[in-house]
Design a protein around this ligand. Structure first.
Ligand SMILES: NC(=O)c1ccc[n+]([C@@H]2O[C@H](COP(=O)([O-])OP(=O)(O)OC[C@H]3O[C@@H](n4cnc5c(N)ncnc54)[C@H](OP(=O)(O)O)[C@@H]3O)[C@@H](O)[C@H]2O)c1
Length: 371
């Protein structure tokens, strides 16, 4: 296992993401199998464990807490996150934090993050004095390092990064998501601000683990022993400022595979980097709508989430995953879907990519609702 400094703390370069534990038929965590997987990761050198208040409907923190009790606390680097959307008044912050400590069976958290930050949640944090409160918890020794995880556009990241002396941040990065959200620019700004980065969704939530044949053939010609997930993990682990790559592992086979990857980590060769670039190009060539998510078309007067729908449509085609795209569309609020569109055309007149938006929205809706 490779070890790196994350905000000055030595951590394993592979972190265990505690959001995708194996579950039983009723959706509850299969605790025995989860313990086996956590124990295996621990035995092979993983020291960083990343959970959050809402994971597995609040049960992830409890399971991690029970597992933590079986290990020397000071050797485990524990990360969890404040559910900012539940903060209605300043006193909620300490109340939630204490609830988390109780669930985790510990009296301190190593890495504490404001969870899934974006413009709206940043406003909640400012309104409720959250940074002053978590800073006090840090000064009292209950939090070792402070950071935030991020899911919005780069300008919001820039504002947040520059507004406080953060120790670290958590970004969604993988070889397909380089311009999305904070993206590679976010990595650069983090480094300039003295923050190290933990990476989430390095395998794009599993989408890069099962690539189309043409991509897999290229990979195997170069490294027959590497899984597609391994290629994605290796690529992201090399980005500047990345200290820990979090993987949400669901099976023991995935744990073993990812441990093998981090046991044999070395810089990618030029040919290997070219293979990843080609894979990204092939994935992108399958893109159906040339929307870049610039949001010039927004806000839609009818409330349609135009870039959101195109993103889901594209992911369905790029990853050959119509079922998961339909699921994502089904979970969108009714008023954000294409059915609210009145074809006024305002969006198309603003689109720098010259996309015929109302027509393409109709096509996306047909694909995303096809029986
Ligand atoms: N703070 C936030 O806002 C936020 C958001 C997202 C994630 N996170 C954190 O970041 C962690 C990592 O994100 P993620 O779970 O989305 O990571 P990810 O590695 O992109 O996706 C995990 C999925 O990838 C697949 N996978 C992983 N290793 C594999 C292997 N060796 N072979 C085949 N498939 C493999 C599995 O998919 P299948 O199960 O489909 O096989 C697994 O469930 C999370 O667990 C969580 O702790 C935080």
């Amino acid at each position: 296992m490779e070890y790196r400094k994350h905000a000055g703390v030595e951590v394993s370069a592979l972190g265990f993401g505690c959001m995708r534990f194996p579950t039983r038929e009723d959706g509850s965590i299969d605790e025995a199998e989860t313990f086996r997987m956590l124990d295996r990761a621990w035995a092979r050198g993983v020291t960083y464990y990343d959970t959050a208040y809402p994971y597995h409907d609040g049960e992830s923190e409890r399971v991690v807490g029970r597992w933590l009790a079986t290990k020397p606390r000071e050797k485990v680097v524990l990360a969890t996150k404040l559910p900012i959307h539940l903060v209605k008044e300043p006193s909620d912050v300490e109340r939630i934090f204490q609830e988390q400590l109780d669930k985790l069976g510990t009296d301190y958290v190593d890495f504490y993050l404001l969870h899934a930050m974006g413009a709206e949640r940043w406003e909640i944090a400012k309104k409720n004095d959250v940074l002053a409160i978590v800073s006090r918890l840090k000064a009292a020794g209950k939090i070792r390092k402070l950071g935030f995880s991020f899911h919005d556009e780069y300008p919001v990241f820039e504002e947040m990064a520059n507004a406080f002396d953060w120790d670290f941040c958590q970004l969604q990065l993988n070889y397909m998501d380089v311009d999305d959200q904070a993206g590679l620019r976010g990595c650069e700004l983090a480094a300039a601000r003295g923050m190290t980065v933990s990476v989430m969704e390095p395998v794009k939530g599993g989408s890069l683990a099962a690539p189309p044949r043409e991509i897999m053939d290229r990979y195997q010609a170069l490294q027959p022993g590497w899984s597609a997930a391994s290629w994605a993990l290796r690529w992201v682990s090399e980005l500047p400022g990345v200290a820990v790559v979090l993987s949400g592992m669901t099976t023991m086979a995935q744990v073993e595979d990812n441990l093998d990857t981090f046991d044999t980590l070395r810089p990618l060769t030029e040919d290997e980097r070219a293979a990843v670039a080609k894979a990204a190009e092939l994935y992108r060539a399958r893109t159906v709508v040339p929307c870049t998510g610039c949001r010039y078309c927004m806000p839609c007067p009818m409330g349609v989430d135009i870039p959101g729908i195109f993103k889901i449509r594209n992911e369905g085609a790029v990853f050959d995953a119509p079922a998961s795209a339909k699921g994502a569309y089904g979970r969108m609020a009714e008023q954000s879907r294409q059915t609210a569109c009145v074809s006024c055309g305002r969006c198309a007149s603003l689109c720098p990519q010259h996309i015929s938006i109302p027509e393409r929205l109709a096509e996306a809706h047909a694909y995303l609702t096809a029986e």
